[in-house]
Design a protein around this ligand. Structure first.
Ligand code: NAD
Ligand code: LMR
Length: 329
């Protein structure tokens, strides 16, 4: 293999998303079928044996693209020379925990990881935060990495995007491959806004094709926004394979680009576009090319969409205030 391997660090590698994610990375689905990878797994000390087990299985996969698998509980080691960081490990909300407690607990994870990325990662580092609350965890990590360009820190709303594609596909009887230009705005939470007003289904405007505002407001939007909770209810555990798949999609699109005429959704630092306060990590419609992304500009935002985008952005602003008050950013 003549290409230089790409160093990919996955945090929470012994968790359920990690288990669904690592084998796909090793098989070349994250970066491409001709790109060798070195994997680093960052775990907390008690989970290192489980991570070892996953590493044994990765070796047993005999993946031609997999150069090495290293395991550590030290962020400074895990992010040394890292090109792509997938921050999956997070503190789940447990009984009796308030949202503020969750933000504080995750601050203890994402602040040191952001600093380690700042101090040790490769110059071309790209970061995807999956661990919840993903947008605000990304903000915490970014704030701890002042030497890394802010736009390299992103949060995952691709799962929401994919869920919206699937729901719209089922409603219209159109394959997902014929749906384009769908957008998730705002936070990866129940306030997110999946927007079909600019989407196209088989080349026709999606909202006009559906022509059913009741379905849109009372079925589509809540189904997509509350899908994570519905999966937890059904599986007894939060989404894992679909979350891993969306993480693969997010990084693959970021690195390899969006298809002509289409866009995707990514949680990224706002530049003030569409009235989203600068600096908030909010989901936008973006195109990707040459390893970077741009917000799609000039979309008309109707009153229906405006109210919903504003509500989700308000929640993001409140989360930012909460972590600021905790001294995390
Ligand atoms: P999990 O509990 O199965 O695994 C999490 C792993 O992270 C565990 O192995 C744990 O030991 C590890 N971990 C905890 N703290 C760590 C630290 N400081 N450093 C390194 N590793 C650490 O959880 P999961 O199902 O894999 O989910 C992971 C996260 O992803 C959760 O926060 C979940 O809510 C979130 N999630 C996000 C999306 C999204 O769309 N953004 C979708 C699904 C799940
Ligand atoms: C999801 O969207 O499936 C997850 O973010 C749900 C969760 O709370 O872990």
């Amino acid at each position: 293999m003549s290409r230089t391997p790409v160093n990919v660090t996955v945090t929470g590698g012994a968790g359920q998303i990690g288990y669904a994610l690592l084998f796909r990375i090793a098989s070349g689905q994250l970066l491409g079928p001709d790109v060798p990878v070195n994997l680093r797994l960052l775990e907390i000390t008690p989970a290192l044996p489980a991570a070892q087990g996953t590493a044994m299985e990765l070796n047993d996969g005999a993946f031609p693209l997999l150069g090495s698998v290293d395991i550590t509980d030290d962020p400074n080691v895990a992010f040394d020379g890292t090109n792509v960081a997938l921050l999956v490990g997070a503190r789940p909300r447990t009984k009796g925990m308030e949202r503020g407690d969750l933000l504080e607990a995750n601050g203890g994870i994402f602040k040191p990881q952001g600093k380690a990325i700042n101090d040790h990662a490769a110059d071309d580092i790209k970061v995807l935060v999956v661990g919840n609350p993903a947008n605000t965890n990304a903000l915490i990590a970014q704030a701890a990495a002042p030497d890394v360009p802010a736009e390299r820190f992103t949060a995952m709303t691709r799962l929401d995007h994919n869920r919206a594609l699937s729901q719209l596909s089922a409603k219209t009887g159109t394959p997902v491959s014929e749906i384009r230009r769908l957008t998730i705005w705002g936070n990866h939470s129940a306030t997110q806004y999946p927007d079909i007003f600019h989407a196209e289904v088989a080349g026709k405007n999606a909202a006009a094709t559906v022509n059913d505002e009741t379905w849109l407001a009372d079925d589509f939007i809540p189904t997509v926004a509350k899908r994570g909770a519905a999966i937890i209810e059904a599986r007894g555990a939060s989404s894992a394979a679909s979350a891993a798949s969306a993480a693969i999609d997010h990084v693959h699109t970021w690195v390899n680009g969006t298809a002509a005429g289409d866009w995707t959704s990514m949680g990224i630092p706002s530049d003030g576009s569409y009235g989203v306060p600068e600096g908030l990590i909010s989901s936008f419609p973006v195109t990707c090319s040459g390893g970077s992304y741009e917000i799609v500009q000039g979309l008309e935002v109707n009153d229906f969409s405006r109210a919903r985008i504003d509500a989700s952005v308000k929640e993001l602003a409140e989360e930012r205030e909460a972590v600021r008050a905790l001294g995390l950013i």
